[in-house]
Write a protein that binds this ligand. Sequence first.
Ligand SMILES: C[S@@+](CC[C@H](N)C(=O)[O-])C[C@H]1O[C@@H](n2cnc3c(N)ncnc32)[C@H](O)[C@@H]1O
Length: 264
Amino acid sequence: MLRKNFESNIIHIYRHCYMKYFNQSVHYLFSNHNDLTSLKSSRKYSQTLNETNNTIQKAPHLPVMVNEVLKYLDPSPGKIIVDMTFGAGGHSIKILESSPDVKIFALDRDPLAHQYAQDLSEKYPGQIIPLLGRFSELPQLFCKHKINIKSIDGFLFDFGCSSMQFDIAERGFATSKNGPLDMRMDGFRCPSEPTAAEVLEKISEIDLVHILKVYGEEKQAKKIARAIIDARYTFRSLKTTQELAELVETVITEKRVDKLVKLK
Ligand SMILES: C[S@@+](CC[C@H](N)C(=O)[O-])C[C@H]1O[C@@H](n2cnc3c(N)ncnc32)[C@H](O)[C@@H]1O
């Protein structure tokens, strides 16, 4: 049965446990939307894309809270669902497997996730419709694809970074891997967006503390922000995730456990 109240179908899944320092937060500074064609022809992007496919084939993404997603979205033939955070498609695949003839609009701002959605659409023709863009771009994307909002039965949100964003060192999300301090969730599709390194070069201390504290839930936000600002005066370059991690380690000395209780 189709539900009229979409709100009851919106599932919010918080994945704070995967967030490190301010990975989850600098994205709010980023905007713009550029052409994917030129992006795909760039060597760096293709390299990253190939790496992603390899990585995922080796270590498939394990979606969290599948049971809850299936329970609340209750997929059945004819239902139309929007996966607002497609990622590696872990949840979407489970939805497709759980019921025949379900249709999923697969949104993600990350071109790598979009490529993944395109691959999946070949396996499930007509059932997966990949959409590349941010949440705020959904109305235009719906217009372009002539999608009537009233036909949607459920929206799924699985906030946070995808495992493939963390897995690829070049994306600059993982402090456990050495890569450029990039962290752009839109990848290379928006070249004018600042990288995390560029943000750290210019941001004010007060804004940095705010990002770390509010979006990163970092208790030592002030200490870390001070160290980053001080690094500017000692001409210490923060161009890589390792450089940032090392700097943070100089001010945060205690051993930390993440929310999955793993020692870091
Ligand atoms: C935690 S992952 C989703 C994982 C996915 N549920 C799965 O099972 O593979 C979150 C995804 O949301 C995307 N994302 C984050 N913010 C977004 C936004 N504002 N608009 C569109 N996609 C966004 C990220 O690029 C990332 O791929």
